[in-house]
Design a protein. Structure first.
Length: 406
């Protein structure tokens, strides 16, 4: 028992001495490691890489939220990859100080980013991060017209339709601007929670240029729902063409740049189904299209359309509810200029197949732009509502401005 105790004491003493019984040796060991650490630190690259967003970030925007920057060095390589390993194209700036993707990222996608930089002495620095982009459930987008580079008529508003209801209209409208080279004041007007249109007080000036800027990236449109668009769109306004349909005289006068270009006999809506009055903007053009009365409420006793014409020629939409100005080959030549026979559309004489360029409807189709104005007067019907199509011109300027977010 005594021997065991002594040996135990020796063992304990030896263990204590290993941990702290040799201060000189321990100090030398610590000093040696400190020297190694100092030497390693001196050899570290001075380049400092910053990745945005931070590692592990979620709900990241799709356009301007991802970038890489470096100080005290230049970037030599940046890779951004999707889970499938697909590389996202991007460019290092000419000065080597930054990098960003070439195009918008995909929603609900986890990306991995790696970056390499060198300092003035050629020493490399590395940085890595992964992040997840915003989901469709947590984001909103706006589809808009006109398109980039399009030439449109003087009545064409900028119309934006959002895919989710907007609660904070002020924040969203503040992130959108529309300007014209003409200097005209342009104001936005909300039609409900998902549509925002912009226009000046009078029609756009002919031959001007309009610019739409969407800076919606990160803008909270509703609780937990933010924008993901950052885009600039420029389009042209063409010559000024406004056509006036007189439902009483059954004639349409086409005026271009202030001069009468042509007068065309028409057949408007019958007394039972008159054409809306008001200023209507051409929003779509179809060389031929189908018109089924059942789709706009004109049904017979069996629920079928009162008419179903599968090849209506030279059709141009004037309202969402189904008002068109179009060619009519099924009516006799005698009705044009003398009697109103349609279900509310404006009909012009035409040929079946839309192949005769000498017909009045063909001429009007060929000489019209999306955004041209067709104004109907002297019809027994009411004035079309401003939100039925692109027809906000039927609202006073004061009422239009009152519909802006404040």
């Amino acid at each position: 028992m005594a021997v065991s105790a002594v040996l135990g004491g020796v063992l304990v003493l030896s263990a204590c001495n290993d941990g702290g019984g040799q201060p000189k040796g321990s100090g030398e060991s610590s000093k040696s490691q400190a020297d190694v650490d100092a030497a390693a630190a001196k050899d570290t690259s001075k380049a400092r890489i910053t990745i945005t967003p931070k590692d592990g970030a979620t709900n990241v925007g799709l356009n301007d939220a991802t970038n890489v920057a470096v100080s005290d060095g230049t970037l030599t390589q940046v890779e951004l990859k999707s889970p499938e390993g697909t590389a996202v194209a991007g460019k290092i700036a000419a000065d080597g100080k930054s990098w960003k993707p070439d195009a918008a990222l995909k929603r609900s996608t986890k990306y991995a980013l790696s970056a390499t930089a060198k300092d003035a002495d050629g020493r490399e620095a590395h940085e890595n991060a992964s992040f997840t982009t915003i989901s469709p459930e947590n984001s909103f987008v706006g589809s808009f017209i006109p398109d980039e580079g399009q030439t449109v008529g003087v009545g064409m508003p900028v119309s934006i339709t959002f895919n989710k209801p907007i609660k904070d209209r002020k924040a969203v409208q503040s992130a959108i601007s529309v300007s014209s080279s003409s200097g005209q004041e342009v104001v936005g007007h909300w039609f409900g929670a998902q549509r925002l249109d912009f226009r000046p007080e009078q029609y756009w000036q002919a031959n001007s240029t309009v610019t739409l800027k969407l800076a919606l990236e990160g803008v909270q449109g509703a609780p937990g729902v933010q924008g993901v668009q950052s885009k600039t769109v420029t389009f042209k306004i063409g010559r000024s063409q406004v056509s006036t349909v007189d439902a009483k005289t059954k004639k349409m006068t086409v005026t271009r740049d202030g001069a009468v270009l042509k007068t065309i006999p028409i057949s408007a809506g019958s007394p039972e189904n008159p054409t809306y009055n008001g200023q209507m903007v051409i929003s779509e053009k179809f060389k031929e299209t189908r018109m089924d009365g059942a789709t706009v409420g004109f049904k017979d006793g069996e629920g079928k359309g009162e008419y179903d014409i599968k090849d209506v020629p030279h059709a141009m939409r004037l309202s969402t509810s189904g008002t068109f100005i179009h060619g009519n080959y099924w009516g006799s030549d005698s009705i044009f200029g003398s009697v109103n026979t349609s279900h509310g559309c404006v009909g012009l004489n035409d040929a079946k197949g839309a192949g005769d360029p000498n017909q009045p409807a063909a001429w009007f189709y060929d000489n019209s732009l999306i955004g041209d104005v067709v104004t109907v007067v002297n019809s027994p019907d009411k004035t079309i509502t401003p939100d039925n199509g692109l027809n906000g011109w039927n609202m006073s300027w004061a009422d239009w401005k009152a519909g802006a977010a404040s």
